[in-house]
Design a protein around this ligand. Structure first.
Ligand code: PXG
Length: 474
């Protein structure tokens, strides 16, 4: 039916937007979406991207402050990735890696990833998403302990408010109450500790002290479960979807000590933090972690084609490879040649253009300075950044420290109000409650960071007018 109406052709100038929106709401179930509410509004149709910009079907140019969904690290419009993909499709669009076969891009990518990964990571297992990567890491952790003659080690410790994906294991690892509440999650054996959120829980102590205290929650959980029953702890170096929650510098080193003390595997979920987001190839390096498994997705291909995977450290690789025999796990698209070709070209771009170093030494510091300026805004209680990820808290009353700020009542939905202004004014910024976050493409220049931040400031002004007008602020 869509084709009869001419809607199969993607050229934006021939798209009847309203008709497309109607078809969208009639047929397309979007992820994490209230469809009844969406039907009223109609979805925004994004038709084109170039560099840090997107265009919608109404012709509005939008600064993509979220890199698609934390993934378009190399920016839009990279024709060399398109060419690599087309060439691979012409040569070999698909072949599987089961039954003693392999393909050229998958092998080259595995070797390239071993090159850029932290020392001791020589092997990689490919998936098509971050959720599958985390499921794979859990299955590897369980298999590892079986092979170590400790099969009772089955508990996985994760953190509240974490996001690790939407498969059954991913959603169980995640600490999102709303996801669990929709039924039968988390599955048994997945337990959670609180996140190291300074603003929320760190009152009355230094950041360094709070980092140690928050890491100590892991030890308490291990002791409560029984150390001989815990398989692994999983965490993002910096929590992304949870709201760019940057832990104190003492946190990860202490988590590492605790994992070492009890022999527990450490899984770093680098789905967001990997491939330059924090100004290093992997966030683990930046945060002082020595993980056993690293899960990745998103930035490995800059989102051009779906790909994820698990980098497997020495300890687990030795057991799985040398003693494990057949690992009964895998996906049709593990090592998909087209996805791997896209990743190889994407990694070449990140490397040749020095984008990871640029985040560390140039654009990361620019974002930090720009967000520090936003902290002076009357609505902003607290603003911070790391690499090219940043967050600010909207508050009813500012205070001397983050702990003295008075938040808005959650039910007012001030974050969503602010996000709507961003949406209308051509900048994508996410709202996590009343925390507003950005994670722009790594190609964003300092001048473009200033352009983005000035738009954000204008939208904060509009939000301020709203909340004052509604009597929500003195
Ligand atoms: N781990 C982390 C840390 C993620 O951020 C996943 C795993 C799952 O990846 P896949 O490829 O299966 O989606 C993610 C995904 C948001 C948002 O609102 C973030 C993600 C996905 C959807 C929404 O910030 N991250």
């Amino acid at each position: 039916m869509a084709c009869e109406e001419g809607l199969c052709t993607p050229a934006p100038d021939v798209i009847d937007i309203r008709a497309l929106q109607q078809l969208d709401s009639a047929h397309y179930l979007h992820p994490f979406t209230d469809h009844k509410a969406l039907r009223e509004r109609g979805a925004r149709v994004i038709v084109r991207g170039d560099g840090i910009y997107l265009w919608d079907a109404d012709g509005q140019r939008i600064i993509d402050g979220m890199s698609g969904l934390w993934c378009v690290n190399a920016g839009y419009g990279r024709t060399s990735i398109t060419r690599a993909v087309a060439q691979q499709m012409d040569t070999l669009p698909f072949y599987n890696s089961f039954f003693n076969t392999t393909n050229v891009p998958a092998v080259r990518l595995a070797a390239r990833l071993a090159d850029i990964a932290p020392a001791g990571f020589e092997r990689v297992f490919f998936t098509s998403s971050g959720s599958e990567a985390n499921d794979t890491a859990v299955r590897m952790a369980w298999r590892y302990w079986q092979l170590m003659d400790q099969p009772e080690r089955q508990f996985i410790v994760s953190r509240r408010n974490a996001y690790h994906g939407s498969t059954i294991a991913g959603a169980s690892l995640g600490g999102m109450d709303a996801m669990h509440a929709q039924g039968a999650l988390p599955i048994p054996g997945f337990v959670h500790i609180d996140q190291p959120n300074v603003a929320e829980s760190g009152a009355g102590m230094s950041e360094a002290e709070f980092g140690l205290q928050a890491a100590g929650w892991l030890e308490q959980k291990i002791l409560a479960v029984g150390p001989q029953r815990v398989a692994a702890f999983i965490g993002e170096p910096v929590q992304g979807a949870g709201g760019v929650i940057i832990p104190p510098s003492t946190y990860w080193p202490h988590i590492q000590r605790i994992c070492d003390k009890y022999g527990i595997l450490l899984i770093a979920d680098e789905v967001i933090c990997g491939f330059g987001r924090l100004g290093a190839w992997f966030g683990s390096e930046r945060m002082g972690m020595r993980p056993d498994l690293i899960t990745f997705a998103k930035g490995v291909t800059s989102g051009y084609v779906p790909l994820g995977g698990v980098l497997v450290g020495e300890r687990v690789a030795e057991a799985l490879v040398e003693r494990g025999g057949d690992f009964h796990h895998g996906f049709t698209y593990s090592g998909h040649p087209v996805a791997c070709a896209a990743a190889l070209e994407n990694l070449r771009i990140l490397d040749d253009e020095g984008l990871v170093e640029r985040v560390a030494h140039e654009t990361g510091p620019c974002l930090k300075t720009a967000f520090a300026r936003l902290a002076a805004h009357p609505l902003v209680g607290h603003a911070e950044s790391i690499g090219l990820a940043a967050g600010l808290n909207l508050v009813r009353r500012k205070g001397e420290t983050v702990h003295d700020c008075e938040p808005f009542a959650r039910t007012l939905g001030v974050g969503m109000l602010c996000r709507a202004h961003m949406f209308d004014n051509g900048v994508v910024m996410r709202a996590v409650g009343d925390r507003m976050i950005v994670a722009p493409p790594l190609v964003m220049t300092c001048a473009q960071i200033d352009e983005m931040v000035e738009r954000i400031r204008a939208c904060l002004d509009l939000t301020l007018e709203d909340v004052v007008g509604r009597g929500w602020m003195d």
